[in-house]
Design a protein. Structure first.
Length: 627
C-alpha cells in the first residue's frame, strides 16, 4: 500500500478549514466525569444513556495503583483475565475476555488500533506501556467491531496517554523500588527498580509533554528454577499539541519502547540462557475540526515493531502497521448523534519474505437518546479485506432508563456480529502457517440491568452469549507430529454472567467488587477460570492519605503439558488461588508524596502458567515529586 497517500490524506484534513463554534475533544478520549462514558458510542454520553457496562479506570484510580503495570491493573476488572501479569516481569502477556482468545481483544491507544502483525496472535504487547504515562483507561466488553473493526470481538481496551494539562511548566518524577521474589525465596532483596520523568509546558494554544522511563527487574526465574531472569524496559514519549483557533486542534506524538528480557526453555520446561529483545517506534498525528453541531476527526499512526529471540531456535521479526481513521460526528439535535467514518489499516511483516494485508472499512453509527428513557445505538461496518473480500457486520444496542431518586434504573441489551481475519503469522509465519484459513465470525448478544439510585452506589449485572464459527486452532497431527493452524468445523458457544458493584457505604470509605462466571459448551480455553471474584476496599484517612485492601479469587483452570519424550499433550488442572494486596499513599504536600504496597500478603503458592514461576509476597516503596 502506498503510505504517502495516507499521510497526504491526513495532511489535507489537517489543513482544511471548517467554520466552528468550539473545539471538541477527540471522540475516543476518556472523559473525567464519573457519569460519562465514551468508548461504546464515541460520544461523551451519560452512563445512564449507554447500552453497555463500560469499565472506567480514571486518573485518580491509576494514581492509587502506582508501581503496578497496565496488565496488573486491568486484570482485576470484571470479565478480564490477564495471563502472565503475576509471573516474571518478562513473561508474555495474554488478555482474555468472555472465553475468547487474546487476539479477540483489541487495544486502542489515543484513538488508534495497535497490534503486532508478526505475533502468533497479532495482539499488542502491554509490556511496552508505562502505566505512569497513562491518563485513563476505558474497557468496553462485548462485540465492538462496528466502531473499532477487526479483533474487537470480546473487548476493547481504550487507553489515553497523558498530555500537558496545566498552564506553565511542570516536572513530575515517579520512582519506586521493591522486591521480586517467589513464594520460596522470601529474603526481601531489592531487585525491582522503576523511574519515570515527565516535563510538560502549556501556554495559550501550545502544549508539550516529554516523558522518559526505565524499569529493571531481576531475582525471579521465568520457569520454575533457581536461575534469575532479568527484564528491562526503556521508554520515551513526546506529545505536542496546538490550537490554531477555536476551530482547529492538532496533536502530534512519538513513542519509543525497548524491551530486553531473559527467558527459559519451554520444551522441555527448564532453566536456559535465552534472551529476547523488542523495539517499538510509534508516530501519530491527530486533528479535530469543530463546526456547528459536529466535528471532523482524522487520526493517523505508523507503528514499527522489531523482535529478536536468541534460543535453540533463534528468530527475528520486523513488522509495520499504518492506520488511518477519519470520521465525521454530527448532532442533529439533543436526541440524534451520528458518526460516518473510514478506517484504513495496512499490516506488513518480514518473514522469509515480506507479507502484507490491507483493509478499507467504511462505517456508520447512530445514537438516539430520548427524553422518556429510551436509548438506541445502531451501527454497521463493511470490512473490505485484501485476502477475504467484503464482510458486513452490525450492532443493535437498545436500553431503557427509569429515573429513580437522583439516579436511574437501566435495562439494556445488544446483538452484534464480528469479523476476525487471520493474522499474518497464521497465514504466512514460520510456525504452522495456513494461507487457506477462513476468517472467524462471532455473534454476540447480551442483556442486563444497572441500578444507580445515587452517585454513591452502582450495581450492574448482565448475561452474555457468544457463538464462534471457524475458530482458528493450532492442530498437531498425532501420527506425523506436523502442526498447522486450522479452522474448527464446530460452532463454539460461550456464555456467562458479570456482576459489578461500586459503593461508598460510609464517608471516605469506598467499595468495589465484581464477579465473573463463564463457560463454554466444549470447555474453556487453557488458563481461563470459570469463576473470578474481586473486591477492593479503600479508605481516605484524610485528603492526603489513602489506603486499600484488594482481594482476588480465581477458580481452577485447565492448562496443557507437552511431554518432551512422547511429544504428546496432556491436560493439567491449575488449582484455585486467592491473592490479598495492600496499598498506602500519603502526600506530604503538593510537591512530594510517598506510596507503599505489599502484594500477596499471605504468600499464596499458586500457578498461573504450568511450569512457570509466580510472585510470592513482595514489597514496593515509591516516591512522587511534582514541581
Amino acid at each position: 500500500m502506498n503510505k504517502k497517500i495516507l499521510w497526504t490524506c491526513a495532511a489535507v484534513l489537517v489543513a482544511k478549514g471548517l467554520s466552528a463554534q468550539e473545539i471538541q475533544e477527540d471522540s475516543i478520549q476518556v472523559q473525567q466525569l464519573s457519569e460519562v462514558v465514551v468508548s461504546d458510542s464515541r460520544f461523551a454520553l451519560k452512563r445512564e444513556n449507554s447500552g453497555k457496562t463500560v469499565i472506567k479506570i480514571t486518573a485518580e484510580e491509576l494514581e492509587r495503583n502506582q508501581g503496578k503495570s497496565i496488565a496488573e491493573i486491568i486484570s482485576r476488572q470484571a470479565g478480564i483475565t490477564v495471563n502472565g501479569s503475576r509471573s516474571n516481569a518478562g513473561q508474555n502477556i495474554s488478555v482474555f475476555a468472555r472465553g475468547g482468545n487474546n487476539r479477540q481483544v483489541l487495544v486502542v491507544v489515543d484513538g488508534i488500533q495497535v497490534s503486532d502483525p508478526s505475533g502468533v496472535d497479532g495482539e499488542y504487547d502491554l509490556r511496552l506501556l508505562n502505566s505512569s504515562q497513562i491518563e485513563s483507561i476505558e474497557i468496553l466488553k462485548g462485540a465492538a467491531s462496528t466502531l473499532y473493526g477487526n479483533s474487537a470481538a470480546t473487548a476493547v481496551i481504550n487507553i489515553t496517554t497523558k498530555k500537558a494539562s496545566n498552564d506553565g511548566v511542570s516536572l513530575n518524577v515517579l520512582s519506586s523500588l521493591g522486591t521480586n521474589q517467589s513464594q520460596d525465596e522470601q529474603e526481601y532483596n531489592l531487585s525491582d527498580f522503576s523511574n519515570t520523568v515527565s516535563i510538560s509546558a502549556k501556554q495559550k494554544g501550545f502544549s508539550i509533554l516529554a516523558s522518559g522511563g526505565h524499569q529493571f527487574t531481576d531475582g525471579l526465574s521465568a520457569a520454575l528454577g533457581d536461575e534469575p531472569d532479568a527484564f528491562s524496559r526503556i521508554d520515551g514519549s513526546l506529545k505536542i499539541g496546538y490550537e490554531f483557533s477555536k476551530k482547529l486542534k492538532v496533536t502530534a506524538s512519538a513513542f519509543y519502547n525497548k524491551l530486553n528480557s531473559d527467558f527459559d526453555n519451554g520444551f522441555p520446561i527448564e532453566d536456559a540462557d535465552f534472551s529476547f529483545r523488542g523495539e517499538q517506534s510509534r508516530f501519530g498525528l491527530s486533528s479535530v475540526y469543530a463546526y456547528k453541531n459536529g466535528s471532523l476527526t482524522a487520526n493517523v499512526a505508523l507503528n514499527q515493531i522489531t523482535r529478536e529471540f536468541q534460543s535453540n531456535f533463534p528468530s527475528s521479526f520486523d513488522s509495520e502497521s499504518l492506520v488511518l481513521d477519519v470520521f465525521n460526528k454530527y448532532n442533529f439535535n439533543s436526541e440524534w448523534y451520528t458518526i460516518v467514518g473510514l478506517n484504513i489499516i495496512n499490516h506488513e511483516t518480514l518473514f522469509t519474505e515480506e507479507q502484507n494485508t490491507t483493509s478499507y472499512d467504511p462505517y456508520a453509527n447512530v445514537v438516539y437518546v430520548s427524553d422518556f428513557g429510551l436509548n438506541l445505538n445502531l451501527g454497521g461496518r463493511l470490512n473490505n479485506h485484501s485476502e477475504y473480500g467484503s464482510h458486513f457486520i452490525y450492532n443493535l444496542n437498545p436500553s431503557y432508563s427509569i429515573k429513580i431518586n437522583e439516579g436511574y434504573l437501566k435495562f439494556f441489551g445488544s446483538y452484534a456480529t464480528s469479523f476476525i481475519a487471520p493474522n499474518l503469522s497464521q497465514l504466512f509465519g514460520p510456525f504452522g502457517p495456513n494461507p487457506d484459513l477462513d476468517p472467524e465470525e462471532n455473534t454476540t448478544y447480551e442483556g442486563g440491568v444497572e441500578y444507580r439510585p445515587f452517585n454513591t452506589l452502582r450495581l450492574s449485572a448482565l448475561y452474555f452469549d457468544r457463538k464462534e464459527e471457524n475458530r482458528i486452532i493450532f492442530f498437531t497431527d498425532p501420527d506425523t507430529f506436523e502442526s498447522q493452524y486450522r479452522n474448527s468445523s464446530a460452532t463454539t458457544d460461550f456464555n456467562g454472567i458479570e456482576v459489578e458493584l461500586e459503593a461508598e457505604p460510609l464517608k471516605n470509605l469506598s467499595l468495589k467488587a465484581n464477579y465473573t462466571y463463564v463457560k463454554g459448551d466444549g470447555g474453556l480455553p487453557t488458563r481461563i477460570p470459570e469463576n473470578v471474584f474481586n473486591i477492593l476496599v479503600g479508605y481516605n484517612f484524610s485528603e492526603d492519605t489513602f489506603a486499600s485492601l484488594a482481594y482476588e479469587h480465581s477458580s481452577d483452570r485447565q492448562d496443557i503439558f507437552f511431554d518432551p519424550n512422547t511429544f504428546l499433550a496432556s491436560p493439567v488442572t491449575l488449582d484455585s488461588f486467592g491473592l490479598l494486596d495492600f496499598y498506602l499513599s500519603h502526600k506530604l504536600n503538593d510537591t512530594i508524596g510517598f506510596f507503599a504496597s505489599l502484594n500477596n500478603i499471605t504468600n499464596e503458592d499458586y500457578t498461573e502458567i504450568f511450569g512457570y514461576s509466580t510472585r510470592g509476597r513482595n514489597l514496593r516503596l515509591g516516591m512522587k515529586l511534582s514541581l
